[in-house]
Design a protein around this ligand. Sequence first.
Ligand code: GRF
Length: 197
Amino acid sequence: MRKLKTAILISGRGSNMMALVDAARDPAFRAEIVCVVSNRADAKGLAFATENGIATEVIDHKGFPTREAFETALDSYLRSCGIEIIALAGFMRVLTAGFIARWEGRMLNIHPSLLPAYKGLHTHERALADGATRHGCTVHLVTPELDGGPILLQAQVPVLAEDTADTLSARVLEQEHKLYPQALALLAARLSKEDTP
Ligand code: GRF
């Protein structure tokens, strides 16, 4: 079985990245985590990746004059690693349509809501403010429409009467850590039947 070379892009804590790295230890997992890239040098998740023997790269967007220049550097690094799949995991930069087109069908994102509900930020606060009774997370393919690409998998959680944004987000995050590895495995299985880019 061929494992598809995967990069995980983070900006902070990296708990979803950790879940993907842990899942990929399974010899039967169809993706290999080749590198973890952050646009912030202070991203907490970088230490975990290093401790787990995964290459890390900081490409600080602030060091580039334009979004496109940043993305050109990012794209070159990913190509130099032979990357076939990108998993966005709390990566807090909006990517341009040009970059997204170059990775069409090969870039995943995890979003903390049951899309198409609550695209964008502060999803837990908005679900609570609306009195939603169910909430959850979604893994989708990335397209130029923010949080709008084809959905691969979703997981649902109940919203409890006593929930705060913190308790609800913790309940959703627990599901994210299960859902993201399943979705990556699914995409890798699909792509392994196709040609490499
Ligand atoms: C997660 O809630 C994810 O759904 C969202 O950003 C958060 C990242 O958390 N896109 P972590 O860095 O993976 O812990």
